[in-house]
Design a protein around this ligand. Sequence first.
Ligand code: OFO
Length: 173
Amino acid sequence: MITEKMAKALNDQINAELYSAYLYLAMASWAGTQGMRGASNWFFIQAREEMTHVWRFYDYVSSQGHQVILDAIAKPPSEFKSLGHAFDETLAHEKMVTGLINDLVATARSENDNATAIFLHWYVTEQVEEEESVAEIIDQLKLAGDVGSGLLMVDKDLGARPFNMPADLATKG
Ligand code: OFO
């Protein structure tokens, strides 16, 4: 069983993951209204992935006999200067989340909680992938250009991103 301190830290992370979903939903809608349907798809799928991150934490906290306490979700920004700006914000946000995950691992270690430390490994790996994929898109936007036909090309690629529901969460919708 996890300690109260660990449960509180995991609950806080549920709020952070919900905010991530909120942020990417805001970006998806902004991109859609700018005519960037591909980018809108990418951010919408990112928001759905964030919800799977929420569910993993939710299931883990529940499995440990603790109640999930939901907090208010902060209002995300709704205006971005360009797609490049939105992705710069995305990378900055993901780096911040990586820091939060690292803090959770540190808490698990300080609580001598090996089970939670092992559970968190999935998130450590996931954050590496998230930062890498966003940095790649930023590079593409720099190469192709954040306007005109270059932007159109990147937008088309972003539109091809599929949503893959992890098998262990398949019943969550
Ligand atoms: Fe949940 O990984 Fe992004 O924020």
